[in-house]
Design a binder for this molecule. Structure first.
Ligand code: FES
Ligand code: FE2
Length: 478
């Protein structure tokens, strides 16, 4: 890589990397970094390239009420769902309500070291027990006052004498399974599902050095999207759309040479790595190293972040410089030592897609690590809720800041109104949002019912539908 800031990027301008795209492969970019990357970023793989990928995805999967119903019957109740972060329910009695399809659950801290998930329905005549989260000493129904203790046991019944045949031991609240990983709380409605550990496979190992258990929610916004939940999920499964959707990022982001890890025997997750601080192969010929750093830390960011008009020293590349700025900035902000963290972990977009609806970034991604959750909304196949969280490291020697409250954007608002995400991120994500409802509209209007998918760059989408099929093909009706 060139160290002359006035020089053009010296990435190979022609030729093909292993996946067939122009520009350097991710592993080539990472191997040029000064600090070694953790093994997690160097391993994984993709075994979808040899498949017959000529048939794409049928539009019925996004619009058919029957397909939607099947997902509700066979997939959602059997997969692990991320419901909240543990720091959102720190005290005994703290709880959140989690709704998926027709299911409603109370996820509650039952003891200081125990989180439980109960079906949120009164066992008397079926009123929802809790309408919102909060803190309660017990779970009391607002209709007639039946109450359950936080361990799910029935604790009191007004007019007990009038229920002579009721047996308390048969009136415990039905529970869902709960799993914890890196500060995230998951539930699974299926008592026979594999454990969360098995489901997540090597992901906890990949994330170990990033200390997600020591992070907190700095922002949490949601927006209702007029699209099937899978349209929203798939919008983030490839970087091939950067050239048309996020043109402003071409000068500092690897897009068509991003890496996709998707392996058939790991059905519940896949990964995208898109390095930053390097230009897209589309503009590599015309982008200097100084222009890369200018686009990452633009003048309008001066005074508000690390971007104070950075002049690239002669002995540094833009990628090295950007990582160094972030290491210094984050070390001073959080009182933690980032000096040995690799450039890739500081900068790159490293997205793990955990089936079915949880996206989480690895590393530190410019100090704005994001995770997303997508859910169908109001039992409508063509409406979903997209939630976006910013997860930041907890400053050393200080207590965990309170997690940001959830803010659902109002009708008519866009992600440009999500100021808590910062101007660059809100406009970037708003560009993604701008496609979603139009994809849904197009799926209804199309005369060509099957999409076509790129062999490599859209392999995560094929992986995702393959896993979905695995669930849908297993009849779970008892
Ligand atoms: S429905 Fe809940 S107490 Fe009657
Ligand atoms: Fe995007």
């Amino acid at each position: 890589m060139s160290t002359d800031p006035s020089a053009k990027s010296t990435f190979p301008k022609s030729g093909r990397n292993l996946q067939g795209s122009p520009g350097p492969a991710v592993r080539e970019i990472l191997s040029n970094d000064e600090r070694p990357v953790p093994p997690a970023l160097a391993e994984f793989g993709n075994d979808y390239l040899g498949d017959d990928f000529s048939s794409g995805i049928h539009r019925d999967r996004y619009i058919s009420p029957e397909f939607f119903r099947l997902e509700g019957e066979r997939m959602w109740p059997r997969t692990w769902q991320m419901v909240c972060r543990a720091e959102e329910i720190p005290k005994v009695g703290d709880h959140v309500i989690f709704e998926i399809m027709d299911n409603s659950l109370i996820v509650v801290r039952a003891k200081p070291d125990q989180i439980k998930a109960f079906h949120n329905v009164c066992l008397h005549r079926g009123r929802i027990l809790r309408e919102t989260g909060g803190n309660v000493p017990n779970l009391r129904c607002k209709f007639h006052g039946f109450a359950w203790s936080l361990d799910g046991a029935l604790s009191s019944i007004p007019c007990r004498w009038d229920f002579p045949n009721l047996k308390e031991e048969e009136m415990a609240l039905p529970e869902a399974r709960v799993g914890l990983w890196a500060g995230f709380v998951f539930i699974n409605l299926d008592p026979n599902a594999m454990s969360l550990e098995e489901y997540l496979g090597e992901i906890p190992n990949h994330f170990r050095s990033w200390h997600f258990e020591d992070r907190y929610i700095a922002a949490h916004v949601g927006i209702l999207v007029n699209a099937n939940w899978k349209v929203a999920v798939e919008a983030g499964m490839e970087a091939m759309h950067v050239v048309a959707t996020h043109r402003q990022a071409l000068s500092y982001m690897a897009d068509i040479n991003a890496q996709y890890d998707a392996v058939k025997n790991r059905p519940h997750y896949s990964r995208l790595i898109s390095p930053l601080g390097v230009p897209s192969p589309f503009v590599a010929d015309s982008t200097s190293e100084q222009e890369i750093i200018d686009s990452m830390f633009p003048p309008q960011a001066r005074g508000t972040g690390p971007g104070k008009g950075i002049e690239l020293p002669a002995d540094k590349t833009a990628r090295q410089m950007a990582a160094e700025i972030l290491r210094k900035q984050m070390s001073s902000t959080y009182g933690r030592d980032f000096s040995s963290v690799s450039d890739s972990e500081m900068l790159d977009l490293i997205i793990y897609s955990i089936f079915p609806n949880f996206y989480i970034q690895g590393g530190y991604f410019l100090n704005t690590t994001l995770f997303y959750r997508y859910r169908p909304w109001n039992s409508d196949p063509e409406l979903c809720l997209w939630e976006i969280y910013v997860l930041l490291p907890t400053p050393k020697n200080s207590s965990t800041p309170d997690p940001a409250a959830f803010r659902l954007l109002k009708p008519g608002e866009t992600l440009l109104d999500a100021h808590e995400l910062g101007p660059a991120m809100s406009s970037f994500l708003n560009q993604d949002l701008g496609n979603m409802a139009y994809v849904q509209k197009g799926l209804r209007a199309t005369r060509k019912p099957q999409s076509v998918l790129a062999r490599y760059q859209e392999s995560q989408i094929r992986h995702f539908h393959r896993t979905l099929d695995m669930y849908l093909s297993a009849d779970t009706r008892k």
